[in-house]
Design a protein around this ligand. Structure first.
Ligand code: HEC
Length: 144
């Protein structure tokens, strides 16, 4: 539900109440608006989690354990190839030693084209091309 449809909905609720000659109290309006807002937020969160479905087979977003890929807990601002207990490719370890940090810019480039960004990485070419999807993914990982 976007801002426009929320406004539309509120207007509709208002007009129904006005027709019935029962004024909608401010409190009712606040309750309705906050419920819509919560529903909207839950929906947005689901979309982000849905995008992480592309990673979940190989990565935990918020647990220490590693899977086929390393855990992505607190991945933002972490030095590449340093998750304890995971056997990274020599390419990833080398990149981390040279100073590769998983900030938004590097993460975006890696997710667009893992091999292109880091030759020799063992991560398969998932290639997420949509800017919006990458933004959602990063937002999800920040909160996970
Ligand atoms: C089929 C398995 C697989 C999938 C799917 C996958 N990855 Fe990976 N990922 C890996 C592997 C394996 C590595 C280790 C790469 C290396 O050592 O070169 C890795 C490494 C990473 C790293 C670097 C971690 C570090 O500590 O340096 C990030 C970040 C990452 N993946 C993000 C993602 C995201 C986000 C997704 C989903 C869009 C995803 N991966 C999907 C297997 C996968």
């Amino acid at each position: 539900m976007n801002q426009r449809s929320i406004t539309h909905y509120i207007k509709k609720v208002f007009s129904i109440h006005l027709k019935n000659k029962t004024a909608l109290s401010l409190l009712q309006l606040i309750i309705i608006t906050s419920q819509i807002h919560l529903a909207h937020r839950a929906y947005a969160q689901n979309v982000k989690e849905h995008i992480f479905q592309r990673c979940i087979a190989c990565h935990y977003p918020n647990q220490e354990a590693n899977k086929i890929g390393p855990s992505l807990k607190n991945i933002l601002q972490r030095q590449a190839g340093t998750r304890i207990g995971y056997r990274f490719s020599p390419a990833m370890i080398q990149a981390g030693k040279k100073g590769l940090i998983w900030n938004e810019k590097n993460l975006t480039a890696y997710l667009r084209n893992p091999q292109g960004f880091l030759k020799g990485t063992r991560m398969p070419p998932i290639k997420i091309t949509s800017k919006k999807e990458i933004e959602d993914l990063i937002a999800y990982l920040k909160k996970a």
